[in-house]
Design a protein around this ligand. Sequence first.
Ligand code: COA
Length: 257
Amino acid sequence: MADAPLRLEIEDRIAVITLDQPDRLNALDLPLRRALHDTFANLNANPDIRAIIITGGETVFAAGADIRLLADKTPAAVRGLGFADLWRPIGESPKPLIAAVCGYALGAGCELALMCDIIVADGTAQFGQPECKVGIMPGAGGSQRLIRTLGKQAASLLLMTGGNLTAERAFQLGLVSELAEAGGCLAAARKIAGRIARMPPLAIAAIKQSLAVGADLPLPAALALENREFLLLFVTQDQKEGMAAFLEKRQAEFKGI
Ligand code: COA
């Protein structure tokens, strides 16, 4: 489709979603949000997919919510847009998600990156939540994920000034997992996705679940969750295969069961 708001490629069990409205800096309008929702819902249900990369291409990740869509809305009308439901398959995806960020990741674009498990960025990347400049605040997890990732002081600086973090600074603060060389962002993300795709998927899913749920539990409950996920992996064939392969000094052949 010539005017589809995003592109999807699947290769070697890795899906790459490219937001494809660069003339509008990939501002998240309703067609793009719906396409993201549907694409993630399909990929989440596909057992062959081992990792999902989301990128905006080589110049911009996404410059936030489409301000034209929101400018004259009432609270009820904004709620009626269904943003929370549209985000759900991304925020609750059981798959490993990697954001490959070049250029601006602002507002909802930054929130989209923050929903991912891993963020790769090159030196052009800039992260920010400039919502306060237009009289609002983040509404898709930005403030809550930033305080958990950066801590209160660094998060407040970003949220209350509407300023941006460079890729380098975001890496220092732990928001970016890996810095890529100029133009090498997607390649670096693919490399990480490839390494994850070779791992036993049930172990990866258990790690994701443990991090996603455990991070917001009191430590004793989080440790109990981790222990349960750990024990459950001993019913998998991949655990038997992985340990046998190690002891026999051969490459493991994981089946995802
Ligand atoms: N919503 C709607 N349209 C947007 C947009 C957004 N969040 N961000 C960028 N665009 C559009 C611009 O209106 C412009 O469209 P036009 O060519 O039809 O006028 C086009 O994308 C290019 O943006 P422009 O502002 O000309 O690019 P720039 O390089 O001068 O500035 C930014 C880039 C990111 C600094 C600037 O676009 C910006 O501040 N965007 C808004 C970011 C924001 O506040 N996000 C949170 C929204 S709640």
